[in-house]
Design a protein around this ligand. Structure first.
Ligand code: PAF
Length: 283
């Protein structure tokens, strides 16, 4: 265990620390999270440490990105365990604002992303989600004024939305995506995996296995549309309620018909019991 990260609850305190680091010529990276930290988050911290002298992890369960029927109140909150993991990882600071610090009385500004936010993937099932993400990420990037910010590829559409938004709004922080960390059987690490029963957890591996096999089939010359249709049928047969499985161009998230269109990303969202899982795989 290395030293405990400094904890900041207020934007002014965060900014003070960043200003001191900058004055000392140090670079700064931000890793935005909603807490319930797992090894996937720590891999973001490690990627940030490889690029910047100082790393801040923000922990804020952002209410504006949850629909009323979603899991905002049930979302796991494990602040003490999170801090212990950040200390172990040698993280410099944790920015953990309160809801009133982020959204004080009178707050009334929205950030409405388009482009990749309207790709017909997550947005079809969570229509206001990316407006909430764009709003809080814009605030976090402005608050921290870091040189770099790191996001997981697990939320692949979110990463595309944030890249687009940072470019469109001239936000000077450079955005990096970090590959998904997986359990040994292939399940993508996610804070929501704790919702799975033992039996659901055993079946959840189907998602990554089917994605990997489909990517291999397409690389081997199988037709994209047929492969994706078979993958969807296999996921449904394993007892998932499938929201979508799609082959998209990795850059634009536009539909991809064949590898001749450039790099493809397979993206899936499916529900098992009460848990909604997402995953994606490069072709
Ligand atoms: O990916 C997440 O954990 C959240 O959507 C983020 C980027 C921290 C914004 O609340």
């Amino acid at each position: 265990m290395t030293g405990q990260p400094q904890i900041f609850r207020e934007v002014s305190a965060l900014r003070g620390a960043v200003a001191r680091w900058r004055a000392a010529g140090e670079t700064v990276a931000l890793v935005p999270t909603m807490g319930a930290l797992h090894a996937g988050h720590i891999s973001l911290v490690k990627a940030a440490q490889a690029r910047a002298r100082r790393v801040i992890v923000s922990i804020f369960v952002n209410p504006t990105q949850f629909a009323p029927n979603e899991d905002f109140s049930a979302y796991p909150r494990t602040f003490d365990a999170d801090l212990a993991k950040l200390a172990e990882a040698g993280c410099d600071a944790c920015f953990a604002p309160t809801a009133p610090e982020m959204y004080p009385e009178g707050f009334s500004t929205k950030v409405i992303p388009a482009g990749p936010a309207l790709a017909g993937l997550e947005d079809k099932f969570r229509p206001d989600h990316f407006a909430g993400v764009a709003q809080v990420v814009t605030k976090l990037l402005n608050q921290a004024q870091a040189d770099f910010a790191f996001f997981g590829e697990k939320d692949f559409q979110q990463l595309a939305v944030i890249r687009r938004m940072a470019a469109d709004l001239d936000i000077p922080t450079q955005i990096f995506g970090v590959p998904t960390l997986r359990e040994t059987d292939g399940l993508a690490m996610s804070s929501r995996n704790v919702y799975l029963s033992a039996e659901e957890r055993a079946r959840a591996v189907t998602l990554s296995r089917v994605l990997r096999e489909s990517a291999e089939a397409i690389q081997g010359g199988a037709a994209v549309a047929e492969t994706v249709a078979c993958a969807g049928a296999e996921i449904a047969a394993a007892g998932f309620a499938l929201d979508y499985i799609e082959a998209r161009k990795a850059e634009s998230l536009a539909p991809a018909a064949s590898l001749a269109d450039g790099p493809i990303r397979l993206l899936v969202a499916a529900r098992i019991g009460r848990t909604r899982l997402i995953d994606n795989w490069p072709v």
